[in-house]
Design a protein around this ligand. Structure first.
Ligand code: C2O
Ligand code: CU
Length: 505
């Protein structure tokens, strides 16, 4: 298993790192107190609230999570009644170390059924959070205990899988960080912040926008909220205090249900070290980068400026298809960086980030053609599908246990689709089936309108019925979702997924 990071090598690295840390700081918990290179309280405006671990075992993180409607404050004097985990948007940040066990006592106090899906985490099928497939839906007043291991380091997230566009759009999403202590000490970047980008739709009465607004035309486009949120606060409001040139690590998640973010830090270099499935093969530097829905990026930035000066992290409008650029503001501000007084950073540069990744081989891989389609029905409504079939009529795809597949995902629609597979990572390949470098383990890949993306995926373990869908959640609910039965006997009666309307009460 090439993507298993808890290999002997990394375990050895972990032991080494522990020894180094013990030597330098005199205790393993000292890493958390390693000196910051930033001004005092540098991230206090943007820091996310973390989940409370009620289990004393250092290898187990056990938390209580409750989904409920609550009034949240998104700007001074501006509140909205949202769907929340533990009364907050984003929900509590869960932090674990690689190989830890996560136990979540979940209760549902929403007016509708829900579940939790652990996006990107290689969970057993029983913990995947898809009603009718992996678990029963959690009814209002009901509860469910999630119990899983986190085998891979990286930034993941959790969100419901019932009427998903509506529930995520209303505020149900939260980040989950799986730390590899060896990786952290190797990179040598102490200051880190998790950034959750999203948006929320609020109508003229200050209420959450109707999730069906614009009918199936709104669905076909993908409804974006009219207010951008950064860690739950209106975009542009938060400020990070910085010391010029001092490195910081930004782990960024796009949790918006339809919006893409095209990031730009006033043209300063953004060093990308990781994406969905942890570190990428080697770091790359750019001045802008695009994050489709559900994608993550792990960056090291060393913002430079003079004392008292400011930088802005912008999101420029990105063409994700028909009508997505016209009549839109050219950009949205995300957050500010304000430089503190005092000398610029003169410490060591962060270590260049690399990771040995063995790509899958296309040789002998089973081809699977996935055609992303949109059709207009006789009554005028739009309907997405894979090969013209929405998920409520589609037959499951199949894979044998241990099988490698090469997927050709062709987008025949005028909109882009961030395509997501549950339970397994894949990597992008070229027309010849050769890995595109640097190799990135992905669980969501953007397939631009009128384009084709090829990926290699191996179904090496964990038999079950796994979802694939567009992560523009209106598109998913509008038909662009399917399943693959991995390592299961053929079943001509394999159940279709329920239509999202079946969950409304
Ligand atoms: Cu974020 Cu079905 O996924
Ligand atoms: Cu889509």
């Amino acid at each position: 298993m090439s993507i298993q990071p808890t290999s002997l090598a990394s375990r050895r690295a972990l032991v080494c790192a522990a020894l180094v840390l013990t030597g330098f700081f005199g205790g393993s918990s000292a890493w958390a107190q390693a000196a910051s290179n930033q001004p005092e309280g540098w991230d206090s405006e943007l820091r996310l609230k973390e989940a409370v671990d009620i289990n004393p075992d250092p290898k187990i993180v056990e938390v209580n999570i409750d989904a409920r409607v609550e009034r949240i404050t998104i700007a001074p004097g501006k509140t909205v009644e949202a769907f929340t985990y533990n009364g907050q948007v984003p929900g509590p940040l869960i932090r674990l170390n690689v190989g830890d066990r996560l136990i979540v006592h979940f209760t549902n106090h929403l007016p509708m059924a829900t579940t939790i899906h652990w996006h990107g985490v290689r969970v057993p099928i029983e913990m995947d959070g898809v009603p009718g497939i992996s678990q029963p839906e959690v009814k209002p007043g009901g509860a469910f205990t999630y119990d899983l291991m986190v085998p891979d380091p990286g930034l993941f997230w959790y969100h419901p899988h019932v009427a998903t566009a509506e529930q995520v759009g209303f505020g149900l999403y939260a980040p989950l960080v799986v730390e590899d202590p060896a990786e952290k000490s190797r990179l040598g970047v102490v200051d880190e912040i998790v950034v959750v980008l999203s948006d929320i739709g609020i109508d003229e009465n200050g209420k959450l926008e109707d999730p069906e607004s614009g009918g199936t035309t709104g669905m076909a486009f993908g409804r974006e909220g009219n207010i951008v949120l950064v860690n739950g606060k209106v975009g542009g409001m938060g400020t990070l205090k910085a010391r010029s040139g001092a490195p910081m690590r930004w782990r960024i998640l796009n949790a918006a249900k339809s919006r893409y973010f095209s990031l730009d830090l006033d043209g300063q270099p953004l060093v990308k070290i990781g994406s969905d499935g942890g570190l990428i093969e080697y770091q790359t530097t750019a001045t802008s980068l695009v994050l489709g829905c559900a994608e993550r990026v792990d960056l090291i930035v060393q913002p430079k400026g003079s004392a008292g000066g400011e930088l802005l992290l912008h999101s420029f409008v990105f063409n994700r298809g028909y009508g997505s650029v016209e009549f839109r503001p050219a950009e949205e501000p995300l957050f500010k960086i304000q430089f503190a007084d005092g000398p610029a950073y003169s410490g060591p540069a962060p270590t260049r980030s690399t990771r040995a990744i063995t790509p899958y081989s296309a040789e002998g891989a089973t081809p699977l053609e996935l055609l992303l389609t949109i059709d207009q029905l006789q009554d005028g409504r739009f309907q997405y599908g894979i090969d013209h079939k929405p998920y409520w009529t589609a037959k499951a795809f199949t894979a044998k246990l241990g099988e490698t597949q090469i997927w050709t995902i062709t987008n025949k629609t005028p909109w882009s689709h961030p395509f997501h597979l549950h339970g397994f990572f894949f990597h992008v390949v070229d027309e010849k089936g050769q890995a595109v470098h640097p190799i990135e383990w992905k669980d969501t890949v953007n397939v631009q309108f009128d384009q084709t993306v090829r990926v290699l995926v191996r179904f090496d373990e964990r038999p079950g019925t796994w979802m694939m869908h567009c992560h523009i959640l209106d598109h998913a609910d509008g038909g662009l979702m399917g399943t693959i039965r991995v390592g299961l006997p053929d079943d001509p009666h394999a159940t279709h997924l329920p239509h999202p309307h079946d969950y409304r009460f």
